[in-house]
Design a protein around this ligand. Structure first.
Ligand code: SF4
Ligand code: SF4
Length: 142
């Protein structure tokens, strides 16, 4: 770069704003097509296990007996295979990254059993412990 070019660049930098943000106090909004965390509509899941079989990092565990679905968040590489393969389209990928963490993050969802039309009894409901741990810290804090 010539001296003139360097002088021009320096002058330009003097009169334009900084090229970086003061992260974490200033955060950029995620792009619409950013591949972020996997979310599930647990009520639509049929526990077929297709997502678990296709997951290349074994981040998913589907338990048909328990009617539960869980994701080891930090194992997920956001490849989207599970979303593509789900026959019920109950998996979606949002555009938020999981915030930094020191430990394992397991999000577990359990389907509440539907009322039995023959006996009129209500089955097991979603595990409140699991539900409370689902989205802790999932969305970036503003
Ligand atoms: S592929 Fe879809 S319907 Fe099948 S277990 Fe996974 S989330 Fe549920
Ligand atoms: S996005 Fe990829 S790595 Fe993450 S849970 Fe789905 S299949 Fe597994």
């Amino acid at each position: 770069m010539s001296l003139l070019g360097m002088a021009f660049t320096n002058l330009k930098n003097l009169f334009t704003g900084p090229a970086t943000r003061l992260y974490p106090s200033i955060k950029r909004a995620p792009f619409a097509r950013t591949r972020g965390s996997i979310q599930i509509d647990i009520d639509a899941c049929i526990f077929c296990g297709m997502c678990q079989r296709k997951c290349p990092t074994q981040a998913l565990v589907v338990n048909r007996q328990d009617k539960s679905w869980e994701i080891d968040v930090l194992r997920c590489i956001m490849c989207r295979y599970c979303v593509e393969v789900c026959p019920k389209k109950c998996l979606i990928q949002d555009n938020f990254y999981h915030p930094p963490t020191r430990g394992k993050v397991i999000r577990k969802y359990a389907q509440a059993a539907k009322a039995n039309p023959q006996t009129g009894t209500q089955g097991r409901s979603a595990d409140p412990t699991d539900a409370s741990s689902q989205d802790a810290g999932e969305k970036p804090t503003e």
